[in-house]
Design a protein around this ligand. Sequence first.
Ligand code: HEC
Length: 114
Amino acid sequence: MRIIGMGLVLLLSACSAAVQDIYSVPPEPTYDSDVRYFLADHCVLCHGSPPNRGAPATFRLDVYDVPNSTEPGAFAKKDSILADITSGRMPPGGGIGPNAKQMITLWVSHGAPR
Ligand code: HEC
């Protein structure tokens, strides 16, 4: 019984660690120090160059900006990025935690600085 109890405690602490948000929320997030890691973890699998898994080729999220390109980067798509992660539309299946949403919200509200 004691061993089962300890196993349960270990299992529960492993679960709470898994739902913790790994992204910190600095007061002024930037693309280079914060946002690009989030996009790499959750979006670039599909929204790179070339795009994968049916993602549109009209933009890419693996770069901040691509001047004079028909495939602009994350800066040009900042409002859609924010809307899609807060609504849960992207990534498909959801799963974005509150810290990441807050970090992207702050980044966009500060003009999406590099
Ligand atoms: C498994 C692949 C996949 C992943 C991962 C993914 N997307 Fe997408 N995304 C798609 C596909 C497919 C479409 C086109 C169909 C659609 O719009 O639903 C799309 C469309 C979009 C669009 C264009 C539609 C719009 O609202 O302007 C944006 C922006 C977008 N994704 C942002 C993101 C962001 C931000 C992430 C990461 C948080 C992400 N996506 C992760 C597959 C993916």
